[in-house]
Design a protein around this ligand. Structure first.
Ligand SMILES: [Zn+2]
Length: 314
């Protein structure tokens, strides 16, 4: 373990020498290739401008699998400075991919999810304090605010914080959050991006009220390992060879259900379920296909190894 090659990285890269989800120090390398080599460079070309890709020179895409929690994580990651540049600048300027998700479909899903959240707490919705950690454009917050929740949003990106200040809900920068307590903390597609996810989870736990709950939802990394030999970063969105849970330097942690549960255990959190009937408070459906998905989703969450988990203090 450990790392001796750090002198060969450039200024934007650093290494993680233990599992960022459970702190275990034993792991094995399951893949290693320079960022500027094929096939990895194809992903960078898809997302970043050529002058930005030069910042990856000297660093490698190294996938390790933790011997304890089975998290698959990228060993060499961008430093805090590099990450700020990536999310506030590089991706804004260079990302050529347009991801099409219907707004109304999203709105219905958020509504269904938020009504499910409400059932966890035995008090009026206006008294349920929720935090969206990594709010992005603030759409989930806007829906929660419309339903009547006491909503706070935050994000790493200062640009996104500024943009959401006039939307009616509270917006608080990350470094000013620690004085607050929340009943529910939402993290949607956040933990796969974090350099130190366990440390972040512990900090979020400190912000939970008595019976507070944290939601972690991340890309499902369950079957990613066996797909590695077929990785193809030129494949279209949705293709099985485009390995979304381990996109180079972006999705730096790939979780299975078990690795989320183990990370929670180390942080002093245990999984919790809403009653299955409460999940049918509202069914979101624009078509028969949507209706079937909506009906099956709670069953899937309960019985299949997923990466959508609610955690509560032990
Ligand atoms: Zn681990």
């Amino acid at each position: 373990m450990g790392l001796s090659k750090s002198e060969s990285y450039n200024q934007y890269f650093t290494a993680r020498n233990k599992c960022p989800a459970c702190n275990h120090t034993e792991s094995k390398i399951i893949y290693e290739r320079s960022f500027l080599q094929e096939p990895i460079v194809k992903f960078l070309e898809r997302k970043l401008r050529p002058e930005v890709i030069k910042n990856y020179d000297g660093a490698s895409y190294v996938l390790r699998k933790c011997n304890n929690c089975a998290l698959i994580y990228q060993e060499q990651i961008l430093t805090d400075e590099g990450l700020n540049l990536l999310y506030d600048k590089w991706l804004f300027e260079g990302d050529t991919e347009e991801i099409k998700v219907s707004e109304i479909e999203k709105f219905l899903f958020y509504t269904q999810e938020l009504l499910r959240v409400r059932r966890f707490f035995k008090k009026p919705v206006t008294e349920i304090k929720i935090l969206d950690y990594g709010m992005g454009q603030g759409k989930w917050c806007s829906v929660a605010h419309a339903i009547g929740f006491n909503v706070t949003g935050t994000d790493l990106s200062n640009q996104l914080i500024e943009k959401s200040k006039e939307k009616g809900f509270a917006v608080v920068p990350l470094n000013e959050l620690s004085q607050h307590k929340f009943d529910f903390i939402n993290t949607e597609q956040v933990f796969e991006h974090l350099s130190q996810p366990l440390d972040t989870l512990i900090r979020l736990k400190e912000m939970l009220s008595e019976n507070g709950i944290i939601k972690i939802s991340v890309p499902n990394g369950n079957h990613v390992e066996k797909k590695i030999p077929n990785m193809d970063w030129t494949a279209p969105r949705g293709h099985k060879n485009l390995l979304i849970p381990i996109t180079p330097s972006i999705h730096i942690n790939a979780y299975s259900y078990d690795s989320i549960i183990k990370m929670g255990e180390v942080a002093g959190l245990k999984p919790v379920n809403a009653s299955i009937l409460s999940e049918y408070t509202i069914l979101s459906a624009l078509s028969i296909k949507d209706l079937i998905k909506s009906l099956l989703r709670p069953i899937y969450w309960r019985y299949i190894k997923h990466t959508y988990v609610f955690l509560q203090k032990k």
